[in-house]
Design a binder for this molecule. Structure first.
Ligand SMILES: [Zn+2]
Length: 381
């Protein structure tokens, strides 16, 4: 592990971690309110990009909220996104709020701005799903929709088997067996790639990348144009959950392997965390359409250094939850049972944002440190 602790986080000056119940909210609306209040208190320039069609069940707005802290005209900017995967946004939102509540904005160098994008996929966050209003995995949507889509024949061969019509113990075991047989035949890495890399053929399936740019995708481009107009170099954190050891951060850096920008990310957060990472112990899937790739395109020749940063929950146990998310979206209405669905929904949320106080406190502690490391890194860039 490299010594990457920036000066602003020396032991004597480490900010106190805010109480987790002040940072985590119970739902999207609560998260939005906490975010906006913390941003106002921190002196942010705050604006909202309201969804043109979708509303919360109570009729209130669904929006992506944007808070700009520090110097918005600085050439050096750090972009921090939460909620790319809808419900995972409860954790990313808390990380953003904790950093603001701890006085992070007040300690920024004069030549740096921090742009917080809250709940990039507000529909998923509101409705307790990882995907968008069109069931799109937003982190697979940033492909060229005018070109032929990447093929994922392996997923196509598994789709019918792994998302059964009935969510019963017997059918879940059959689905597990189908996945196990595929892994036995082609290897665990191939199975992981089939289920995680992205697919563009099954709109009611896992990691569906969509058939057009999602509203969240187009809005992120607008946000970059409007708020990062003056940026010349951009640091990037995209908060996620579900990969890695329980309550520990796990880094997925998509800068070119072996390149200078990847080395820079490693210098911020530690080479042992950034280089050669194997998500859940597997070879990294050939991810398609990541937000990171979209951001690179939106910024053109201006470099971006950063990572998806996950917080581990149930390891490979989240496979069950990813399928459950799809089943609840597409199949649960076939056999209505509100009590069952309430059980399943609470389990799905807990699979990605555990209720446990130790998990949530760990997320806040790590995320505040990782944010400070990124700030120090962008500042020194
Ligand atoms: Zn995610």
């Amino acid at each position: 592990m490299q010594a990457v602790m920036p000066a602003v986080m020396s032991a004597a000056m480490s900010p106190l971690i805010p109480d987790y119940w002040d940072c985590f909210a119970l739902d999207y609306s609560g998260a939005r309110e906490k975010f906006r209040l913390a941003a106002q208190a921190a002196g942010a320039r705050l604006c909202a990009y309201q969804h043109p069609e979708q509303l919360a069940p109570d009729g209130s707005a669904l929006s992506i909220d944007v808070a700009h802290l520090g110097n918005p005209a600085a050439a050096k900017q750090l972009l921090i996104v939460s909620g790319t995967h809808g419900l995972e946004g409860a954790a990313g939102s808390a990380a953003q709020i904790a950093w603001m509540k701890s006085g992070g904005a007040q300690a920024l160098p004069a030549d740096l701005g921090v742009l917080l994008v809250h709940s990039l996929n507000p529909y998923g966050h509101q409705h307790g799903s990882r995907t968008t209003e069109n069931n799109v995995d937003l982190n697979r949507n940033f492909v060229n929709h005018n070109a032929a889509y990447p093929q994922n024949q392996a997923y196509a061969s598994l789709h019918e088997k792994i998302i059964p019509d009935h969510w019963t113990e017997a059918r879940i075991q059959q689905a597990d067996e189908a996945a196990r047989l595929y892994g036995e035949q082609f290897g665990a890495d191939a199975l992981y790639n089939a289920l995680a890399s992205g697919q563009y053929s099954h709109p009611d399936g896992l990691v569906y990348g969509g058939s057009q740019r999602e509203w969240s995708n187009r809005t992120l481009e607008t946000i970059v144009q409007v708020h990062l107009e003056h940026a010349r170099q951009v640091g990037f954190i995209d908060w996620h959950t579900g990969i890695g050891d329980y309550a520990e951060p796990f880094f997925l850096c998509f800068n070119e392997d072996g390149g200078k920008l990847q080395a820079r990310a490693a210098s911020w957060w530690g080479a042992d965390r950034v280089l050669g990472q194997r998500p859940n112990g597997m070879a990294r899937p050939n991810y398609q359409g990541l937000v990171f790739f979209g951001l690179q395109e939106f910024l053109g020749d201006r470099p971006v250094v950063g990572a998806v940063i996950e917080f581990g929950t149930r390891g490979l146990g989240t496979r069950y939850s990813l399928r459950l998310d799809q089943w609840l979206r597409h199949k649960s209405h076939l056999h209505p049972d509100p009590m069952r669905d309430a059980h399943l929904r609470s389990d799905l949320l807990d699979a990605f944002v555990p209720v446990s106080n130790s998990w949530r406190r760990s997320v806040l502690r790590h995320s505040m440190e990782i944010t400070q490391q990124a700030i120090a890194g962008v500042s020194a860039w």
